[in-house]
Write a protein that binds this ligand. Structure first.
Ligand SMILES: [Zn+2]
Length: 258
C-alpha cells in the first residue's frame, strides 16, 4: 500500500453499503482512479462534501500496487461545482463530458492534457452559456488529447491533402475524409459543402468565446441542415470507433441541439 497525493476532478459518485461512497476520479498524475471513501473513517464528515461530481480537489489515497479500488484518506476542495446545480443544462453538459472522460479512459492511464482540458471545460461550463459550437469544440479537443481525432485534412485512403471546397466525403469506418477519387469505390457519407471544414474549425473557436463576441465570422456561420450533418458525423464516429453509449447525451441533445 502506498499513499498518493494528487489533484483530481470528481467524475462520478455513488453510495455503497449505506455509509460508504465510491467515487471515480480523474487525477493529474495517475489518470482515472476508482476509490472508496469509508463512512467509518474519522475524517469522513470533513471531506465527504468534497467528493461531489465536477469538483476539483486535492486528494490523498492509499493504493494497492496501482490495482483495484483505492481508499481515500483525505480530500479538500480547490474549486467547487457550487452554483452549477441551479442549471440543469449546465449539469447535463458537465455530466456528458465527465462521462466522456470516464468511458474513454482506462484506470491509471495518465493523461495530463486530458486533465487540463476537462478542468478548463468545467470552469467554462460554470462561466459561459454553452452552445452547440462550444460542445463540439470540447468534444473535438477531448478526442484529440485521447488520440481519436478524425482526420479532417487528408484522404484516409490515399493520403492526399483535400482542399476545403472538396471536403464532402467522410468515412465513419476509416475515421476521416475521403478524396473525390477514392469516394468512387469507398462507402462514405456525403455532406453538404462547407460542413466538414466548419466542423473541423470548431476545435479552434475558444478565442471567439473568450472575447465574448456575438458576431460570428463567415466560417463560423452554419445553417440547421449543416449543423445536423456535423452532429451526425460526430455521433456516428464516436459510436463506431469508441463503442460507447453516453447516457447523458440524449438529455444534452435536448438542451443544446434543438
Ligand atoms: Zn483518396
Amino acid at each position: 500500500m502506498s499513499l498518493h497525493k494528487d489533484r483530481a476532478i470528481v467524475l462520478s459518485k455513488r453510495v455503497y453499503a449505506e455509509s460508504d461512497k465510491i467515487v471515480r476520479l480523474f487525477t493529474l498524475n495517475s489518470g482515472k482512479v476508482s476509490a472508496i471513501a469509508r463512512g467509518g473513517n474519522k475524517s469522513f464528515r470533513r471531506f465527504m462534501n468534497t467528493l461531489e461530481p465536477f469538483n476539483h480537489i486535492n486528494v490523498e489515497y492509499f493504493d494497492r500496487h496501482n490495482k483495484g479500488m483505492a481508499r481515500i484518506e483525505n480530500a479538500d476542495i480547490i474549486e467547487t461545482n457550487s452554483g452549477m446545480e441551479r442549471s440543469l443544462k449546465k449539469v447535463c453538459i458537465a455530466s456528458f463530458f465527465t462521462e466522456f472522460t470516464d468511458k474513454l479512459t482506462k484506470e491509471r492511464e495518465k493523461n495530463e492534457n486530458l486533465f487540463h482540458t476537462l478542468h478548463e471545460l468545467l470552469k467554462k461550463v460554470r462561466e459561459w452559456q454553452f452552445t452547440h459550437e462550444t460542445v463540439l469544440h470540447y468534444q473535438l479537443r477531448m478526442l484529440e488529447v485521447l488520440g481519436f481525432l478524425p482526420n479532417f485534412t487528408n484522404c484516409v485512403q490515399c493520403g492526399e491533402v483535400v482542399p476545403d471546397d472538396r471536403k464532402i466525403f467522410f468515412s465513419v469506418e476509416r475515421g476521416g475524409i475521403i478524396c473525390t477519387r477514392c469516394s468512387d469505390f469507398l462507402p462514405c457519407r456525403v455532406c453538404a459543402e462547407g460542413v466538414i471544414p466548419w466542423l473541423s474549425s470548431m476545435k479552434e473557436i475558444p478565442i471567439y468565446f473568450e472575447e465574448g463576441l456575438t458576431e460570428k465570422s463567415d466560417t463560423q456561420k452554419v445553417n440547421g441542415v449543416s449543423l445536423l450533418q456535423a452532429r451526425e458525423i460526430m455521433e456516428e464516429f464516436v459510436s463506431f470507433h469508441l463503442d460507447v453509449e453516453f447516457k447523458s447525451y440524449r438529455l444534452l441533445k435536448g438542451f443544446i441541439f434543438t
